[in-house]
Design a protein around this ligand. Structure first.
Ligand SMILES: *[C@@H]1O[C@H](CO)[C@@H](O)[C@H](O)[C@H]1NC(C)=O
Ligand SMILES: *[C@@H]1O[C@H](CO)[C@@H](O)[C@H](O)[C@H]1NC(C)=O
Ligand SMILES: *[C@@H]1O[C@H](CO)[C@@H](O)[C@H](O)[C@H]1NC(C)=O
Ligand SMILES: *[C@@H]1O[C@H](CO)[C@@H](O)[C@H](O)[C@H]1NC(C)=O
Ligand SMILES: *[C@@H]1O[C@H](CO)[C@@H](O)[C@H](O)[C@H]1NC(C)=O
Length: 427
C-alpha cells in the first residue's frame, strides 16, 4: 500500500471508531430526563440541576440515587441552605455502588455501609459520607448517614423508580438523609471579577474583547458560578487573530467569543486524564450549530482541536470549582466560521448515517462573511501531515464524549483491539 492510501485508511478507521464510540455514548443516561418522567420528584430533580450534580451522575456508572418526593423534602425545600451546602447534602444521597431493589433485599449480612459521593468529594472527614443500609425484619430497608445523630430516625426505602442494571438505580426514600457533616454551612465562593482575573495573567487582550461585547460578557459572567471552563487565548494569539476577528460579522464575533467558554467545570486533572468532545456557550446560543471541539491529551499536554486549528493549554489562570480558566496558545477557530483544515477533513466515510452530517459540517457556515479559504495564517495553524496523522491515530482508541467518561473501559478497550485488528489486516 502506498503511503497516501495507508494514511487515508488509517484516518477512515479512526473516524469509524469515533463514530462507534459516540453511538455507545448516546445510550448513556440522563438523570434529569429520567426524573422528569416522574413529576413527584420535580423538586429533587431541580436541585440536582442547580447543584450541577446531574452532570456528575450522568458521567458515572454503578451508582444509586436516593430521591425524595416533593412532599417529603422538608429542610431541603425550605431554602435555608446555600447551594454549596445543598450540594453536600445531595452528594450524600448518591451512593457510588449499584443497589437495585433486588440487591437491597438480598443484603447478605442484613446491613452494609455504602460510600457516597460526599465521601468521595473529599469534603467529608473520617467515615462521614458513608450511608448504612439496614434490612429489618419484615423486609423494611432503611438508610442512615454514618454520622447521623442517635436521635435521627432513618429514611425508609419506598420504591424503585428506575433501574438500569448495574449502571444506575434510582430509589425513592421516605425523607432526606440527616447528616450534620453534610449540612454544615459551606462558605459561598468569593466573587470573581472576570475582567480582573483575565487581565492579571496572560489574557488581557481577550478580556478586552469580552468587555467590549456586553451580551457575551454577561452570558459568560452569569455562567461562571454554575460551572464554567474558559479557554482564553494568550495576548499574542489574540493579536495574531485580530485581522480575521475584525472581518467577522457581529454575530460571528459573539459566537467565536462564546466558543471559548464551556458551560461546565473541568479541572486540569480531569482534562489531562480524559478526552472527548465539549459543547460551548456558542452551541447553546446559535441555533442548529454544533460549535464544539475535541479535547485531547498527550501525557501532560491538553490540546483543543476544532478541525480548523489546534490550540494547547499553556497555563492555568484559575482552577477552583466551579470556575476554571486556562490560557491557550491560539484563538480557537470554529468550523462553523472557518474552513476545515484540508488535512484533518475526514476521508470519504463508509456509507452510513454519519456521512451526511460530516458533509454538512465541512461547508462554511452561512452566517460567515469571513469564511475565507485557508490562508498563510491558518496553514501555519494546521498541524503538519505527520502530526495530523498522529492525532488521527490517537483519536482512535481514546475518545469518548466528556459527558460520559465513565463508559465501561471495556468498550474503549474493545474498540482499541478492533482498531489494532483492522490495522493488521489492512496495513
Ligand atoms: C437531559 O435532559 C434534560 C431534560 O430533558 C435536557 O434539558 C438536558 O439537555 C439533557 N442533558 C444532556 C446532557 O443531554
Ligand atoms: C452504621 O454501621 C456501622 C457498622 O455497622 C455502625 O458502627 C454505626 O453505628 C452505624 N451508624 C448508624 C448511624 O447507624
Ligand atoms: C472588575 O475589574 C475591572 C478591572 O479591574 C474594573 O474596571 C471593573 O469595574 C470591575 N467590576 C466590578 C463589578 O467590580
Ligand atoms: C458578574 O457577576 C457577578 C456575580 O458573580 C456580579 O456581581 C457582577 O455584577 C457581574 N458583572 C457584570 C458586568 O454583569
Ligand atoms: C476578510 O474578508 C474578505 C472577504 O471575504 C477576504 O477577502 C479577506 O481575505 C478576509 N481577510 C482576512 C484577514 O481574513
Amino acid at each position: 500500500m502506498d503511503d497516501l492510501l495507508r494514511l487515508r485508511v488509517r484516518r477512515r478507521l479512526a473516524v469509524v471508531v469515533v463514530a462507534a464510540l459516540l453511538a455507545v455514548e448516546a445510550e448513556g443516561y440522563n438523570i434529569t430526563k429520567i426524573l422528569a418522567e416522574h413529576p413527584e420528584y420535580s423538586q429533587f430533580n431541580k436541585l440536582l440541576t442547580e447543584t450541577r450534580l446531574a452532570g456528575d451522575i450522568n458521567r458515572r456508572r454503578t451508582i444509586t440515587v436516593l430521591v425524595v418526593a416533593n412532599g417529603d423534602m422538608g429542610a431541603l425545600a425550605a431554602g435555608h441552605h446555600t447551594l454549596p451546602t445543598l450540594r453536600h447534602i445531595l452528594e450524600m444521597h448518591i451512593l457510588v455502588d449499584y443497589y437495585g431493589a433486588k440487591k437491597l433485599h438480598q443484603l447478605s449480612r442484613g446491613d452494609t455501609a455504602s460510600s457516597s459521593m460526599f465521601q468521595e468529594s473529599g469534603s467529608a472527614p473520617g467515615t462521614t459520607g458513608y450511608v448504612n443500609i439496614t434490612q429489618h425484619r419484615g423486609g423494611r430497608v432503611s438508610f442512615t448517614a454514618e454520622d447521623a445523630a442517635d436521635s435521627a430516625t432513618p429514611s425508609s426505602f419506598v420504591k424503585s423508580v428506575k433501574e438500569i442494571p448495574y449502571d444506575l438505580a434510582v430509589l425513592q426514600i421516605s425523607k432526606p438523609l440527616s447528616s450534620p457533616e453534610a449540612e454544615a454551612p459551606v462558605a459561598p465562593p468569593a466573587p470573581v471579577n472576570l475582567t480582573e482575573l483575565l487581565s492579571k495573567k496572560y489574557c488581557k487582550s481577550f478580556a478586552g474583547l469580552l468587555a467590549a461585547n456586553a451580551d457575551v460578557f454577561s452570558n459568560i459572567n452569569a455562567t461562571k458560578d454554575n460551572g464554567l471552563t474558559l479557554f482564553c487565548p494568550v495576548d499574542a494569539a489574540v493579536d495574531a487573530f485580530m485581522p480575521k476577528f475584525k472581518n467577522l460579522t457581529a454575530k460571528g464575533k459573539a459566537a467565536i467569543l462564546l466558543y471559548h467558554a464551556v458551560p461546565d467545570y473541568y479541572s486540569l486533572q480531569l482534562l489531562k486524564s480524559n478526552s472527548g468532545k465539549v459543547s460551548t456557550l456558542a452551541t447553546a446560543s446559535v441555533a442548529k450549530k454544533d460549535y464544539s471541539y475535541d479535547v485531547q491529551n498527550d501525557r501532560d499536554t491538553v490540546t483543543l482541536d476544532t478541525r480548523v486549528n489546534t490550540a494547547a493549554v499553556t497555563a492555568t489562570v484559575k482552577d477552583d470549582d466551579p470556575l476554571a480558566v486556562y490560557a491557550i496558545t491560539k484563538f480557537l477557530q470554529p468550523k462553523e466560521l472557518f474552513k476545515v483544515a484540508e488535512d484533518l477533513a475526514p476521508a470519504p466515510a463508509p456509507a452510513g448515517p454519519k456521512k451526511k452530517t460530516n458533509k454538512k459540517k465541512t461547508k462554511p457556515a452561512t452566517t460567515s462573511a469571513a469564511a475565507a479559504p485557508s490562508d498563510d495564517d491558518s496553514a501555519a495553524d494546521s498541524p503538519d501531515d505527520a502530526s495530523a496523522d498522529d492525532a488521527a491515530d490517537k483519536a482512535g482508541p481514546a475518545p469518548s464524549v466528556l459527558a460520559s467518561w465513565a463508559i465501561a473501559a471495556a468498550t474503549a478497550a474493545a474498540a482499541a483491539l478492533a482498531l489494532a485488528a483492522w490495522r493488521n489486516l489492512l496495513l
